[in-house]
Design a protein around this ligand. Structure first.
Ligand code: NAD
Length: 385
């Protein structure tokens, strides 16, 4: 096992009806900005639940944070926070709203042009406003991690940053919020959390037995409940298990002390920035061909994945690896997520541009061995057509 630090200060408040708990989680004299996305938080009644729980506290609202939150929109929230002298940010939504809120939290006290936060991976952040979240879409793990991803539309750049100051102070996870998700978002969430796990598991063995068992258990849970939940979306137990799995997939626990990959995410971000393809879908397109391309480097873990996750015991090493990759692709397709670029009208003529964007964003040495050069990314993208 590799050396590691593990730190996670987020207080999780889990279960049906827990939004009312906001009243005890927030101080009576907090000046709160409630940040949300489009109309879903309003239509589903979640925003009303939040307003009721806030009671007579002073609060303001900022709506309109789009999927793949944009720097341009978030800077308007930064202005509002400064004008209204807000001292607590409450994100109500999925990963986009939570990530966007983390950016606002860091941008308000930031000395300098806030886009630098993205350009420097959050390394220069010295402080941030406190953030709480009400999660409405299990997928990203943003509710219990120190990560955020923001898109600057004007330059078509999607970048991430990481910093301990943006860990949410608390996150309310009410599984009944899954009931209203459009099936497309539900499927995206299952795939996103699945691939968060593979990014931290499908690398090379370091005898991280606990991390591997955790990761395999989470993957098997998603394989079992993902398709069931799509058919039976208002099943509380399925929804609760999905919600907690998605959080555990990216709260740092399974990634502590093991190598990490993240190349699928970095290549996927370029697909979202260039073509607006949903985050989860970009990952489903890239992962199968990345695993094929990296099958030698990942051989030990791919064989373990085949055996412990897909129960594949028969055949040569190569046959078992092929079968595991095929089952992975089939799982995504079963959830209704197409796994080829052509399914999204992206053709070979776009590959040069995508590779150039990766290089421009400093993504020239990706993966756990830093061996995914732009030429390797090109091969992976070509194999994803
Ligand atoms: N911070 C991280 O660690 C991390 C990890 C992975 C991805 N991300 C980023 O997160 C973003 C994607 O977030 P996401 O997948 O959670 O989706 P999202 O937040 O973009 O939401 C997708 C859509 O679902 C709707 N929605 C949300 N909850 C709903 C509900 N309960 N009922 C009905 N509709 C609802 C939203 O209004 C939105 O239109 C991307 O920008 C991605 O890059 C962040």
């Amino acid at each position: 096992m590799l050396n590691f630090d593990y730190y996670n200060p987020t207080h999780i408040v889990f279960g049906k009806g827990r939004i009312a708990q906001l009243d005890t989680l927030l101080s009576k004299d907090a000046r709160v900005l409630v940040l949300y996305g489009g109309s879903s938080a309003q239509k589903t009644g979640t925003l009303d639940e939040v307003r009721k729980a806030l009671g007579d506290r002073t609060y303001f609202e900022f709506g309109g944070i789009e999927p793949n939150p944009s720097y341009e929109t978030l800077m308007k929230a930064v202005e509002q926070v400064k004008q209204e002298k807000v001292d607590f940010l409450l994100a109500v939504g999925g990963g986009s709203v939570i990530d966007g809120t983390k950016f606002v939290a860091a941008a308000v006290p930031y000395e300098g042009e806030p886009w630098e936060i993205l350009e420097t991976d959050g390394k220069k952040i010295k402080e941030a406003l406190p953030v709480g979240t009400v999660l409405t879409l299990p997928a990203t793990g943003s509710e219990m991690n120190r990560n955020s991803v923001v898109t600057r539309k004007s330059i078509k750049s999607k970048r991430g940053f990481h910093n301990d100051h943006v860990f949410p102070v608390f996150s309310i996870l009410d599984p009944t919020k899954v009931y209203t998700l459009p099936p497309r978002q539900l499927a995206n969430g299952v795939v996103d959390s699945f691939i968060h796990i593979t990014e931290q598991y499908l690398t090379y063995p370091v005898d991280g037995m606990v991390q591997d068992e955790f990761a395999e258990g989470l993957l098997r849970t998603l394989i079992k409940i993902g398709p069931e939940l799509l058919k039976d979306q208002k099943n509380y137990d399925l929804a609760a298990n999905f919600m907690w799995t998605a959080t555990l997939a990216l709260n740092g626990l399974i990634g502590a002390g093991v190598p990490q990959d993240w190349a699928t995410h970095m290549i996927g971000h370029e697909l979202t920035a260039a073509f607006g393809i949903d985050h989860g879908r970009t990952l489903a397109i890239i992962l199968p061909s990345l695993l094929q391309n990296q099958r030698e480097a990942k051989k030990g873990k791919l064989l373990q994945y085949a055996k412990n996750v897909w129960h594949i015991d028969q055949g040569s090493d190569d046959e078992r690896i092929d079968a595991a990759i095929e089952k992975t692709r089939h799982f995504f397709e079963l959830l209704g997520i197409p796994t080829h670029l052509k399914d999204y009208d992206v053709g070979e003529e776009s590959i040069d541009m995508l590779v150039k964007e990766l290089e421009a964003h400093g993504m020239s040495q990706l993966g756990e061995h830093k061996a995914i050069t732009p030429e390797v990314s090109r091969a992976i993208l070509l194999a994803s057509l």
